[in-house]
Design a protein around this ligand. Structure first.
Ligand SMILES: Nc1ncnc2c1ncn2[C@@H]1O[C@H](COP(=O)(O)OP(=O)(O)OP(=O)(O)O)[C@@H](O)[C@H]1O
Ligand SMILES: [Mg+2]
Length: 249
C-alpha cells in the first residue's frame, strides 16, 4: 500500500521515534495525537493548550514533541515553575542524542499524553502514531485553502486501515474560525457527511499568541477576555474523557 499517497502527507523530512508512545502503552494513559498535514493550522496551539487543560485538572501530563522545529518543547522551556507541571519529551532531541533517556521516559503514573506533530511528517510514522493513539485531533482553519486540504486529509485518515473498523476517536478542532463564511459551512457539511465530530471552534484571538509567548495556556492567562475561550477547552476535554462510540466500518 502506498501510505504516502493514502494519507496525503508531504515529503518525509523527519522520522519521528515511534517507540515513545508504545513505551507507555502498559500504563493506563490516554494518548491524544494532534495531527494535520497542513502547516500553521494550530497543531502546537491545540497540543499545548490541551496539555495545560489536563495538567490544570490534576492529570499527570506529558507533552511529546515530534516536530524538529521543537515549538512545544520551547514553549515548555518557558513555562513558569509555579504552574502545574507538564512533562516534556522531545523526540527530536533524542534523535540528535542531546538528552536521550531523560526526554524519552514517560514518568510512571502519567495519565495523559499529548503528541504534537510536524506538518511534514513522514507518512509511515504518522500511521504508526495514529495506530497507537486513543484519540486523533485534527486542527483545521476554516479558510478555503485549509478546508480543501483538510477534507482530503481527513478522508484519507478515515480510509486508513488503522482507523477503519477501530474504535479510535477522530475529531476536528476548528481554529481561527469565522462561522458565517462559506468555507466554514462547507467544512461543517463535509464533516457531517463523514460523521466526524466538529468538536469546537477556537476563536482567532491574540490571547493564544500571548499565551504561546509566555509558556502558558490560555486558561492560565487570568484575563477576562480569555474567559470565553476557556470553555472550549473544558468541552474538548469532556469529549475526550467521555466520547461517544465511533466504530467505523
Ligand atoms: N486561534 C488562534 N488565534 C490567534 N492566533 C493563533 C490561533 N491559533 C494559532 N495561532 C497562531 O498561529 C501560528 C501558527 O499556529 P501553530 O504554531 O499552533 O500551528 P502549527 O500547526 O503547529 O504550525 P506548524 O505546522 O508550523 O507546526 C502561531 O503563531 C499561533 O500562535
Ligand atoms: Mg507546530
Amino acid at each position: 500500500m502506498d501510505h504516502k499517497h493514502t494519507l496525503g502527507f508531504q515529503a518525509p523530512h523527519f522520522m519521528g521515534n515511534i517507540d515513545t508512545m508504545r513505551a507507555s502503552s502498559n500504563q493506563k494513559s490516554q494518548r491524544i495525537l494532534v495531527l494535520n498535514a497542513k502547516g500553521g493550522c494550530g497543531k502546537t496551539t491545540v497540543a499545548t493548550n490541551l496539555a495545560c487543560q489536563f495538567a490544570n485538572e490534576g492529570h499527570s501530563t506529558a507533552l511529546i514533541d515530534y516536530d524538529p522545529q521543537c515549538s512545544s518543547t520551547q514553549w515548555l522551556e518557558m513555562r513558569p515553575n509555579h504552574l502545574p507541571t507538564i512533562h516534556s519529551i522531545s523526540s527530536h532531541a533524542r534523535k540528535t542524542h542531546i538528552t536521550s533517556a531523560f526526554h524519552l521516559k514517560v514518568p510512571t503514573g502519567t495519565t495523559r499524553i499529548v503528541v504534537d506533530t510536524p506538518a511534514r511528517l513522514e507518512s509511515i510514522t504518522a500511521i504508526k502514531l495514529i495506530r497507537e493513539a486513543d484519540t486523533v485531533l485534527i486542527p483545521v482553519i476554516a479558510s478555503a485553502i485549509d478546508t480543501r486540504a483538510a477534507t482530503q486529509f481527513i478522508e484519507s485518515v478515515l480510509k486508513s486501515p488503522e482507523v477503519r473498523n477501530s474504535n479510535k476517536r477522530i475529531a476536528v478542532v476548528g481554529n481561527r474560525v469565522r462561522k458565517n463564511t462559506k468555507s466554514y459551512k462547507a467544512l461543517s457539511a463535509f464533516l457531517e457527511a463523514l460523521d466526524v465530530p466538529f468538536l469546537t471552534s477556537l476563536r482567532d484571538t491574540q490571547n493564544y499568541v500571548r499565551a504561546a509567548e509566555e509558556g502558558i495556556g490560555i486558561q492560565e492567562l487570568k484575563l477576562k477576555s480569555a474567559q470565553q475561550d476557556i470553555e472550549h477547552w473544558h468541552s474538548l476535554v469532556r469529549w475526550i474523557e467521555n466520547p461517544p462510540s465511533q466504530i467505523r466500518s
